[in-house]
Design a protein around this ligand. Structure first.
Ligand code: SF4
Ligand code: SF4
Length: 272
């Protein structure tokens, strides 16, 4: 599975593959290595991975995060990153069963893409310069097969293209030049960042049960959409974070927010 590979090693050491590049690979329960790749592995979960897993498992986001993940701080930007938690004793993924992945329909993007990885060189037009690369690990016997696919076919067959919009939005946020500032985010902002991206059910309550909507102009249609649909809510979270962290004009403050004493603390935490 997608083990930790440094960005530098990817850019310098791998052949770059395009969507039309073909490769040989086959995985299946008949392989002697079946399920081995689902143990002792670092799987970074994007916000959309968390959304798909918690919805597929019919869990509240806080409960899912508590039960199946742990959080670390990224080395470069000092922001939280979420990883799937392996069993402490066996080091197995919590979803691996004898018959394979018990969360197959909701499995993370990295699991769908394996043995492919994806990279976007830093700089403008990152998505346009995106490329793919092959991850070859000794334990995996899938490379010894003749079955032939293009990268595009692999992405389609594994259902990874449905992740594209949200993965792109997340990568855009993560590679925003605004992160280059010297001082780290305050604890309040870090907590907001984590809640909005990963703890979606709590973020929904935050939007609907605080004075958030008194402060921001959000049209009725979008309010209804984010109340009912997690993907709409995550889309909204990207807009709100781009506004509150980097002052991008993707949200609009109301001209005369009805300021009340209980709101004032919220404003400093939420928006500026
Ligand atoms: S989520 Fe599924 S495919 Fe991914 S590591 Fe766990 S068991 Fe394997
Ligand atoms: S072939 Fe590779 S991906 Fe498939 S089960 Fe074996 S180790 Fe995992």
């Amino acid at each position: 599975m997608m083990r930790e590979v440094t960005e530098q090693r990817i850019i310098e050491g791998s052949s770059r593959m395009s969507l039309d590049t073909r490769f040989c690979f086959r995985c299946g329960p008949d392989k002697e290595c079946f399920n081995r790749c689902c143990s002792d592995v670092s799987i970074l979960l994007s916000p959309y991975d968390v959304l798909r897993l918690k919805d597929g498992l019919h869990m509240d986001s806080s409960e899912f995060l508590e039960k199946y993940t742990f959080t670390m701080c990224s080395r470069d930007k000092r922001i939280p990153v979420v990883l799937l938690r392996m069993d402490e004793e066996t080091r197995k993924c919590p979803f691996v069963a004898d018959s394979g992945c018990s969360a197959y329909a909701h499995r993370p993007w990295a699991c769908r893409m394996y043995p492919l990885g994806m990279a976007e060189p830093k700089g403008p037009n990152a998505a346009v310069n995106r490329f793919y690369f092959m991850v070859k690990e000794q334990l995996c016997q899938g490379h010894e097969e003749a079955e032939n696919h293009s990268v595009r076919e692999w992405i389609e067959n594994e259902g990874a293209e449905s992740f594209d919009h949200m993965q792109t939005a997340f990568l855009e946020l993560m590679s925003h030049p605004g992160w280059e500032r010297p001082e780290p985010l305050s604890q309040d902002k870090l907590a907001m960042y984590f809640m909005a991206l990963y703890d979606l059910d709590r973020f929904r309550r935050f939007v609907s049960e605080t004075r958030f909507l008194d402060l921001f102009e959000v049209d009725e249609e979008r309010i209804e959409a984010i109340a009912a649909d997690d993907e709409e809510l995550l889309d909204f979270a990207f807009d709100w974070l781009a506004f509150s962290l980097f002052r991008e004009k993707r949200m609009k403050l109301r001209k005369s927010p009805p300021l009340r004493p209980e709101l004032i603390k919220g404003i400093s935490t939420i928006a500026v």
